[in-house]
Write a protein that binds this ligand. Sequence first.
Ligand code: GLA
Length: 720
Amino acid sequence: MSVRYDDKSERFILETANTCYVMQILFDKYPVHLYYGKKDGCCEVSYMNPYKSFSPYFEEHGQNYSPDVGMAEYSYFGSGDFRITPLRIKNKNGDSVTHFTYDGYRIFNGRMELPRLPYSEADSDTQTLELSLSDSVSGCRLKLFYTVFPNEDVIARYALVENKSGAPVTVEKIMSLMLDLPTSDFDMISLYGAHNAERSFQRVPLFHGVQSVMSRRGASGHQYNPFTALCSKNATEREGDVYGFNFVYSGNFLSETEVDQTGFTRVSLGLGSENFSWLLKEGDSFMTPEAVMTYSEKGLGGMSRNFHSFVRAHILPPEPFEKRPVVLNTWEACYFDIDEKEMLRFAKSAADAGIDMLVMDDGWFGARNNDKAGLGDWYVNKNKFRDGLKTFVDRVKAHGIKFGIWIEPEMVNPDSDLFRTHPEWCIRCTDRESTLSRSQLVLDMSNNDVVEYLKKSFSDTFDGIAIDYFKWDMNRHMSEVGSPALPPERQGETAYRYMLGVYDLYRWFAQHFPNAMIENCSGGGGRYDLGMMKYSTQIWTSDNTWPKKRMKIQYSSTLAYPTAAMSCHVSNPRNICANPDELKYRWHVALNGPLGYEMHLPNASDEIKETVKAQVAAYREYEELILRGDFYRIFSPFDSNYYAYYFTNAERSEFLLSFEQSYGESASRVYLFIPEADENAEYLDTVSGEVFSGKTLTRGIEVKTKETDPYSVMWHFVKK
Ligand code: GLA
């Protein structure tokens, strides 16, 4: 049993393989938080006393409980908790004050479904605790859910509010997760960035006050990722306490952390309150998206591996093919300049190199000769593909490879047939001009007519054609957010309803094209989140494929997300790199996730073609480790001139070790340790053919840095 109520101590206890979460109902009314951390450190609760504060406290409890300083499971705006509060409801009296008290609980196997939202799948070990609360004045009810995934040390949190007040109320803020911790002796890790520079690593000490990351862009965005972590000051890759938090959602979010007057820390994660409000009629309910949290005493690496296993087991869709396809993507080689003849040259060169799939990027549809026109018109451009899409795809497939295609369903160019017919189908505010970006507007996916139109349009174009892969892009954020299809009192729901419409369309794709996989993309990795990972086998990590920058983006992406989802391409735009050694460096950097190529392979030299062929063949030897192995980081490219890491299998009989140097560095010695290796065994490095003793692996493999730039080394150790 991973969830239980202990009658003797009157506590709820949630247990995973290595962690424990404890709460209690105080005075039969208030769910208070007692503990979250390692299992054997359970329930040291001396810090809970006394509960009183300067103001306010509940006199009927002899000053023993104050909402101002107490550790709570969830908290409510306006009733004496002055810290960040996860719930604010404007009730029928016009004020936004609520105070919920405990009514009862339920423990059940499995989990609640979250209608129209992505969420983690339960397995036979999953259990859920549901706490029921109510507020007698506003007439609202609240349910808090804790879904426990014992094998991965993850607890998912979500909440439901129901209106039983007899009149409409407005939910102004409702967060999925709140966690109080009895210390602020933490650093906070967050991933900030920009287009072409996603997920930079930031680690800073917590300070008194509120620190937050968020998105108001209608997408999770390149600028801040929804993942954050709190780690003890001395936490390293291998040691120290680390709490990780993430959100299974792809739109606007808010992750807030506050250090309060007593030095305690509160974390809150969810939809936030900007760009969000929800009108709740009598009898209606609102369910939040899901947030997930994990704890590890094994440092950042432990926290990451918890999330990696969790996402692989409970979030990512099932593998669509026996082998994850190595792709050749046309974007960086051709941009919009594509036609059947050229694409068939790509198909042949891909097949010759042992590449599994041609991905035809932007430029194949409508009047799409540049980014100024065509989005929304999802029919093939007959000037470029005279015999139509089906015949073309059949010709590609005659080369014995798979076929993928680029789409950007959520967007429209004003210069398109779709916009000319339905100008009212865009996200916009009444009477206000909409700002263009990349010459495009955002379709109003909150309007079901738009979603249904898109289904029909894609069905008309792709039905009966064996498409194996969709690259689903999203190339701008939302401004002037409003929906022409919603009444004024529901405009605050637009961005959230937009995401529900997007998820509806994703689910439709999965059902309608069951043999195809989706690679998500948003100007590179602008929607690199768990919501998208629910529907996409992999995500295009960044438009920045320059290896020195890419290794940083990849390093930080692995903090929260499994390498199985991190699409990594060897990029050689316009074939400027004609040197096989440099291509080897690019390939080493790309071996951090599922492999692909962005280059003009048909025009490449024979030497480069042979190099690519050998790389693809070698990748096949490693891909099981890369897609499903345990991942250990050694050096961070943010702290050093190197990125180093290894993958290993469950039996620890294989290690794929990688060392990548960013810039030339003269004569330093660097040691790479693999403590999981067996000291008494020998290992064959299949790359060099040399045999290494297990002791060498555990005590450090020496690398001499090189002045030459670039430089990288890889070892594939197999236990003899
Ligand atoms: C975005 C993507 C690129 C490419 C272009 C096509 O920028 O990130 O990979 O697909 O759109 O327009």
